[in-house]
Design a protein around this ligand. Structure first.
Ligand SMILES: NC(=O)c1ccc[n+]([C@@H]2O[C@H](COP(=O)([O-])OP(=O)(O)OC[C@H]3O[C@@H](n4cnc5c(N)ncnc54)[C@H](O)[C@@H]3O)[C@@H](O)[C@H]2O)c1
Length: 413
C-alpha cells in the first residue's frame, strides 16, 4: 500500500532509503537542512556516490513520487516519518544529542494523530524512551495511542544500500505493541525478514553489530603490529591461520575510520566500569597510521623532506566519503616528521596516480580502492625507487612493507 513518507535527513543513509521507498511505490519527501543538498536532489543529481543510486533517482523522479524539501510542512501530511539524521560524538567522545533535540523541535509541532514515527539513526540505549518522554511533554500526543513510535536502525554498508536494504533483516523495536505492529507492517513488504523486539534491545543490537565489527578489525590491526615486531608479515600468518581451519576467520588489517564504527562504542561506555575492550579497540585502530609511518621511517632512515604519497582519502573502499578517514591522521603524522605528503584519491583528489608515484619517495595505501588494485604493480614498477606501506595488501605481495622495484616480482602482474 502506497503511503506518504517523509525521510528527515537525506544524507548517506537517508537518501538511499528515501529512493528505495519511492521505488517501492511510496510517495516520498526527503527533508534536509542543507539547501545545497536539497537543490542537488531536486535537480536529479546524486550529491554523493552510492552504487546504483543515480539510476533509482532517475526512475523515481520520472514517476513524480520523490522530491526533497528544506521546509517541514510535508511532515504534517505524512503517514510515516523517518528520522535519519547524523548522531555524532563530540570532541570528548560523548554522544551529541543536539541534532535529535533540534529535529524534534522542528518537526514536533507538525506531528499529528495516527502517524508512525520511525527512528533510524544509530542512537545510545534509551533514546527511544527519551523521544517518547520528549514528545509526550511537548505535544498533546500519547505514544502508542495517538502517535506510534519505533526504533528501526539502518544496518547497510555505505555504497551497498540497494543490494542490502531488501536482504538485511530489519530490526523493529518499540515501547508498545501497537507501535511495533505498525512499524513491522510498514517494513514487511520492503524486506525479506523483520525481527521484532523491545526498543532498548534493538538499540543495543545495532550498537553491538558495529562495535563487534570494530573490535574484530582492531584484532586484525593488533596482530599486524605483533607479527611485524616478530619481523614477519601478517599476510603470511593469516594464510596459515585461515586456510582450511574451521575456527580461523581472522580479519586482515586496514584503516578503520569512518563516521560510524569508531563512535558507536562510545554510545555504550557511560555505564560500565570496564570499558577497556571498547576503548582499547579504538586506540589500536587509531594508531595504525602512526605505526605504519614509524615503519617507513625505520626503513628509510628519516622522513625529513621525503615525499610520501597518501593513496586513498575516503574512509573506505570505492566511496567518496572522507568523514573520519584515518588518511588525514596519516597526513598530520607525516607532517610532524617533516615529510611532504602528496595526496591521491580517485574520487576525492584527482591527479595522475602514476605521475605522483614517480615523484614519491614512499607510498602509503590508506584506502583499498579498486583503482589501486586495477593499476597494479605496473604503476610501482614504473615509478622508480619507492618504499611502500600496503596495509591492505592491494598489490597482492602479502607484504605490509616493501621496496619497489627491488621487492617486485620480475614480471609485474
Ligand atoms: N553512513 C553509514 O554507513 C551508516 C550506516 C548505518 C547507520 N548509520 C547511521 O545513520 C545516521 C545518519 O548517518 P549518515 O551517514 O547518513 O549521516 P549524514 O551526515 O550523511 O546525513 C545526515 C543528514 O541529516 C541532515 N540533517 C541534520 N540535521 C537535520 C535536521 N534537523 N533536519 C533535517 N535534516 C537534518 C544533514 O544535513 C545530513 O544531510 C547516523 O546515526 C549514523 O550513525 C550510518
Amino acid at each position: 500500500m502506497s503511503q506518504r513518507v517523509v525521510v528527515v535527513g537525506v544524507g548517506r543513509v537517508g537518501l538511499p532509503l528515501a529512493l528505495y521507498l519511492a521505488d517501492h511505490g511510496h510517495e516520498v519527501t526527503g527533508l534536509d537542512v542543507d539547501p545545497s543538498h536539497v537543490e542537488s536532489i531536486n535537480a536529479g543529481r546524486m550529491p554523493f556516490l552510492e552504487n546504483g543510486a543515480q539510476e533509482v533517482m532517475d526512475r523515481v523522479r520520472a514517476t513524480g513520487r520523490f522530491r526533497a524539501s528544506v521546509t517541514t510542512e510535508p511532515v504534517g501530511e505524512a503517514e510515516v516519518v523517518i528520522l535519519t539524521i547524523g548522531t555524532p560524538v563530540d570532541e570528548h567522545l560523548n554522544p551529541v544529542f543536539n541534532a535529535l533535540e533540534k529535529v524534534l523541535a522542528s518537526i514536533g509541532p507538525r506531528l499529528r494523530k495516527g502517524q508512525l514515527l520511525i527512528l533510524r539513526s544509530t542512537v545510545s540505549p534509551g533514546t527511544t524512551e527519551y523521544v517518547r518522554r520528549h514528545l509526550e511533554a511537548t505535544t498533546a500526543l500519547k505514544i502508542g495511542q495517538d502517535l506510534f513510535l519505533a526504533f528501526c536502525p539502518e544496518r547497510i554498508a555505505q555504497g551497498h544500500s540497494f543490494k542490502e536494504l531488501p536482504k538485511i533483516p530489519q530490526l523493529v523495536g518499540a515501547l508498545d505493541d501497537e507501535s511495533r505492529a505498525r512499524a513491522a507492517a510498514f517494513f514487511r513488504p520492503l524486506v525479506e525478514t523483520v525481527l521484532e523486539s523491545d526498543a532498548r534491545s534493538v538499540e543495543i543490537a545495532k550498537l553491538f553489530c558495529n562495535v563487534y565489527r570494530y573490535i574484530d578489525f582492531a584484532i586484525g590491526n593488533e596482530f599486524m603490529m605483533l607479527a611485524d615486531q616478530q619481523e614477519r608479515d601478517i599476510y603470511e600468518v593469516l594464510r596459515l591461520v585461515n586456510s582450511g581451519y574451521p575456527r580461523g576467520g581472522l580479519k586482515s588489517p586496514g584503516f578503520t575510520g569512518g563516521p560510524c564504527l569508531y563512535k558507536d562504542g562510545f554510545f555504550l561506555v557511560d555505564r560500565t566500569p570496564f570499558p577497556d575492550l571498547l576503548t582499547t579497540a579504538w586506540k589500536i585502530n587509531e594508531s595504525v597510521p602512526a605505526y605504519l609511518i614509524a615503519g617507513l621511517r625505520e626503513r628509510m632512515g628519516s622522513l625529513e623532506g621525503k615525499r610520501v604519497l597518501v593513496a586513498g582519502l575516503a574512509f573506505k573502499r570505492d566511496i567518496d566519503d572522507a568523514r573520519n578517514s584515518l588518511a588525514y591522521k596519516a597526513i598530520k603524522v607525516l607532517k610532524r616528521y617533516g615529510a611532504e605528503p602528496l595526496e591521491h584519491d580517485p574520487y576525492l583528489a584527482q591527479g595522475d596516480f602514476a605521475a605522483l608515484v614517480a615523484q614519491a619517495d614512499a607510498l602509503m595505501v590508506c584506502t583499498n580502492h579498486s583503482h589501486y588494485q586495477e593499476q597494479g604493480l605496473a604503476a610501482l614498477a614504473a615509478g622508480g625507487e619507492t618504499w611502500v606501506a600496503d596495509v591492505w595488501n592491494v598489490y597482492g605481495l602479502g607484504q605490509v612493507f616493501f621496496h619497489a622495484p627491488d621487492d617486485l616480482p620480475s614480471e609485474p602482474a
